[in-house]
Design a protein around this ligand. Structure first.
Ligand code: PLP
Length: 405
């Protein structure tokens, strides 16, 4: 079978692959701890369940408009007003199958072959692959000062006459950092002046800790929604912990929404009707839910930091949002894929190699799970790597002795 060159060049999703590996190991009865996937342990918000159940009970489950139901769009208009202080119309919204499809739709609709898209490292694994899927060129920009905070000077060095867009994700997956408002302000101003599209992936925008400011990009533009170069993607996956519902959205000018709606109409049509009802229920329902999820995750962040502090040789920048951190493991290995494999084999802990996020020598740890998983997972990692940790450990009901250090 001859697979197309383009399809062959696209990497698989390491997080989804690891998720599958962990599931298979668990199925074999092995006590695997999953610090790989970014998925809160919460139950679905009750208003989402009721709204979906009502729709299902009505027996009237048909196609909806490709760009989303009027009811859900109305909720997104209100959400944008409440959380972004921005007035938009339903025509400025496209509802998609998860935020992933939102981002792909934007890239597909803006990027011509050979156009360059600037991606700030460490970055979410899907951005470069999506750019490659439309024959664009991903240009990775790493902060040269050794932090995970992007710097304008590095971005300016990477901009060329081919630069069509810049993708920003703050709070950031995988570093957990929130970019300073001054940086966002400068970037927005620069993109507006230069005619470069600024795609802001806001999927974690309310999962922020310690009162760190995370103002929306819109705050820094004087332009209205029809003329700004800012494009915002968001969804219910992370903030409401509704990863399985696959509902996201894009906010942009009407022209781009029309084009993306045509693209989506030819690809998938509308996102599933019942799931749109669920998202509408979540957005209109009890909002204290989001705060209680945020508090749980903030507590998990504190636990992760406490556990990592006593891990010899590990350096970590304290996450200010999301449910990820990206510790530097170069004291133990420069090869993050090998290290992740070693930890899975010896300690049965799933981590994600930093190389997939553009940060070799690091591992991404997710703290979206339980406190028990976090503490036990890190204890097992210490046991496997740190010669100063106790030589024996219980994994499940088996007592294991470390004989490789
Ligand atoms: N953007 C970032 C930075 C993410 O981490 C994820 C999911 O992990 C997404 C977008 C995709 O979200 P969804 O599950 O709604 O497609």
């Amino acid at each position: 079978m001859r697979i197309s060159q383009l399809a062959r060049s696209i990497a698989d999703s390491p997080t989804l692959r690891l998720n599958e590996e962990a599931r298979l190991l668990r199925e074999r009865g092995l006590p695997v701890i999953h610090l790989g996937i970014g998925e809160p342990k919460n139950k679905t918000p009750i208003n989402a369940i009721l709204s979906a159940a009502n729709k299902l009970n009505s027996g009237d489950v048909k196609y909806t408009p490709t760009d989303g139901t009027p009811g859900l769009k109305k909720s997104i208009v209100k959400y944008t007003e409440d959380n972004y202080n921005k007035i938009i119309a339903p025509e400025n919204i496209l509802v998609t199958n998860g935020a992933k499809q939102s981002i792909f739709n934007v890239i597909y609709s803006l990027i011509d072959p050979q156009d360059e898209v600037i991606i700030l490292a460490p970055y979410w694994v899907s951005y470069p692959e999506m750019v490659k899927m439309v024959y664009g060129i991903p240009i990775m920009v790493s902060p040269k000062d050794g932090t995970f905070y992007p710097r304008m000077e590095d971005i300016l060095e990477a901009v060329s006459s081919y630069t069509k867009a810049i993708i920003v994700n703050s709070p950031n997956n995988p570093s957990g950092l929130v970019f300073p408002p001054e940086f966002i302000s400068e970037l927005v101003e620069y993109c507006e002046n230069k005619g470069i599209f600024l795609i802001m992936d806001d999927i974690y925008h309310r999962l922020v800790f310690d009162g760190v400011p995370c103002p929306p990009g819109y705050q820094f533009t004087g332009k209205d929604i029809e003329s700004t170069n800012l494009i915002v993607t968001n969804g219910v996956s992370k903030i409401y912990g509704m990863t399985g519902f696959r509902i996201g959205w894009v906010i942009s000018n009407r022209r781009l929404i029309e084009v993306m709606t045509n693209v989506q109409a030819q690809m998938t049509s509308n996102p599933a009707t019942i799931l749109q009802s669920a998202a509408e229920g979540a957005l209109n329902g009890i909002q204290s839910y989001v705060e209680s999820l945020r508090l749980t995750i903030e507590n998990n962040r504190n636990v992760v930091m406490q556990e990592l502090r006593s891990f010899n040789g590990i350096r970590v920048q304290k996450p200010q949002g999301t449910f990820y951190c990206l510790p530097d493991f170069r004291a133990y290995s420069e090869d993050s894929v090998e290290l992740a494999k070693f930890l899975l084999e010896k300690a049965m802990v799933v981590t994600v190699p930093g190389v997939t996020f553009g940060m070799e020598g690091h591992l991404r740890l997710s703290f979206s799970g339980t406190v028990k998983d976090i503490t036990e997972g890190i204890a097992r990692m210490k046991w496997a790597l740190d010669p100063e940790s106790p030589q024996e450990i219980y994994i499940g009901d088996r007592k294991l002795t470390r004989d490789w250090l």
